[in-house]
Design a protein around this ligand. Structure first.
Ligand code: SF4
Length: 403
């Protein structure tokens, strides 16, 4: 199901924008439709009230919990069954994070990932993507959503962006806490940049405060080699994000911005799965990713990062003897020098059926330390729950095999 179709159905039942808004808030935030002095039973039009139980039953049936697998602390992998019996995975992450799937299967076929083993089976509708958030919110609070589960979001762009739009407005999730992840696709950069480069024509309403604020910013980071270090960069990023968040909050969340412009109001943060700086190796590791030069990927991501004010999160699944060499470290330092970027090293999560191995923790720490010393802010995502990319698809694969 797509949200756009859900909205049309509500309109056919007599819903006006305020009714749509309250229903979608109630659903996506798992909260009551009632408001003080405005109970739902008198607020919604009669036709919608009569149909509400059927609408709710359909929404509840979009994503059901098939099993929950605790990993550590507040991290758990959820096997989610969709209305047609297909299954995807979501991951409850620390500090209110949630990783959602955007497709059943995946067409990119990364050699270290189980999700792409059978290719793409089907797209998820935007409502099915939001339904994973709803399912998670029935278990605990969710304040951040990363689109890094099964599937390549670029291959299901309309549905993913529609889900992001809802989560960043009625869903009450801060825009920088919505993280669009991709292996790099020109369509993604073009769609995400829409609005950010928009110039109003004569007579057209002026841009919303949000869009005005998201114009390119000058010199966001001190350059490596100019006295910068990773700690300084991190402080800079934090201060800048706090300032932007304060401004966004003072403008009101989503609903206000949505009314001010027809341009998509929600601009997510961007994660780019790089995995190597070597084009030939990348073509082997990500066989069906678009063949875009790595330098171009970084430049395009950089433009978006500067326009939104959110650093690019580079994802790098670390595999022993494959992409953990000193030469890679040197090239990362050159590639990301002065960029508005965070490097996330994700040590490969060893799984049955794949012969790759994770590097030692000493090697991983050395690589991260070397880059941090050179001003490239680098983190090791070493929690089992955060290794969502390489590890995703295992639960589903086991469940399918058991059928
Ligand atoms: Fe697809 Fe991501 Fe798995 Fe690659 S790592 S096959 S893009 S789900």
């Amino acid at each position: 199901m797509r949200i756009v179709h859900l909205r049309q159905r509500l309109r056919d039942l007599g819903a006006k924008p305020c009714h749509e808004d309250r229903l979608l808030r109630g659903w996506s935030q798992v909260c009551s439709y009632d408001r003080a002095h405005s109970p739902a039973e008198t607020f919604f039009p009669l036709a919608l009230r009569n149909e509400l139980p059927a609408v709710e039953a359909e929404l509840n049936g979009l994503a059901r919990l098939r099993s929950e697998n605790p990993v550590d602390g507040d991290v758990a992998r959820l096997l989610v069954e969709l209305a047609d019996g297909q299954m995807v995975e979501s991951v409850l992450l620390p500090r209110g994070g949630l990783c959602v799937s955007t497709q059943v299967g995946c067409a990119v076929g990364c050699v270290f990932c189980m999700s792409g083993r059978d290719g793409l089976l089907r797209q998820l509708g935007s409502a099915e993507i939001v339904a994973q958030v709803v399912l998670a919110r029935k278990r605990r609070a969710v304040s951040k959503v990363v689109f890094m589960g099964m599937g390549e979001p670029a291959h299901n762009l309309d549905n993913v962006l529609e889900a992001i739009e809802l989560l960043g407005t009625q869903g009450n999730i801060g825009h920088k806490n919505l993280v669009f992840s991709t292996v790099g696709d020109l369509r993604v950069f073009e769609r995400l940049m829409e609005g950010l480069t928009h110039k109003p024509s004569p007579g057209e309403p002026t841009l919303s405060p949000t869009l005005t604020l998201r114009s390119p910013l000058p010199n966001p980071l001190p350059l490596a080699g100019e006295g910068a270090n990773a700690k300084g960069n991190l402080q800079f990023l934090r201060e800048r994000e706090q300032t932007r968040e304060a401004i966004f909050n003072s403008c009101g969340r989503g609903g206000v911005r949505e009314k001010q412009s027809s341009i998509p109001a929600v601009k997510p943060a961007l994660a780019l799965s790089l995995h190597t700086t070597d084009a030939a190796l990348r073509a082997r590791l990500l066989p069906d990713a678009p063949r875009i030069p790595i330098e171009e990927l970084v430049e395009r991501a950089e433009v978006y990062a500067r326009a939104t004010g959110y650093p690019v999160q580079y994802q790098w699944t670390l595999i022993e003897g494959v992409n953990d060499s000193d030469a890679e470290v040197e090239r990362i330092a050159q590639l990301l020098s002065g960029k508005y970027a965070v490097m996330n090293f994700i040590p490969f999560n060893e799984v049955d059926g794949l012969s790759y191995r994770r590097p030692s923790s000493e090697r991983t720490a050395y690589m991260a330390h070397t880059l941090n010393q050179q001003g490239i802010y680098t983190r090791i995502r070493d929690s089992a729950g955060q290794e969502v990319e390489g590890a995703c698809g295992q639960l589903r694969a086991r469940a399918v095999k058991a059928r």
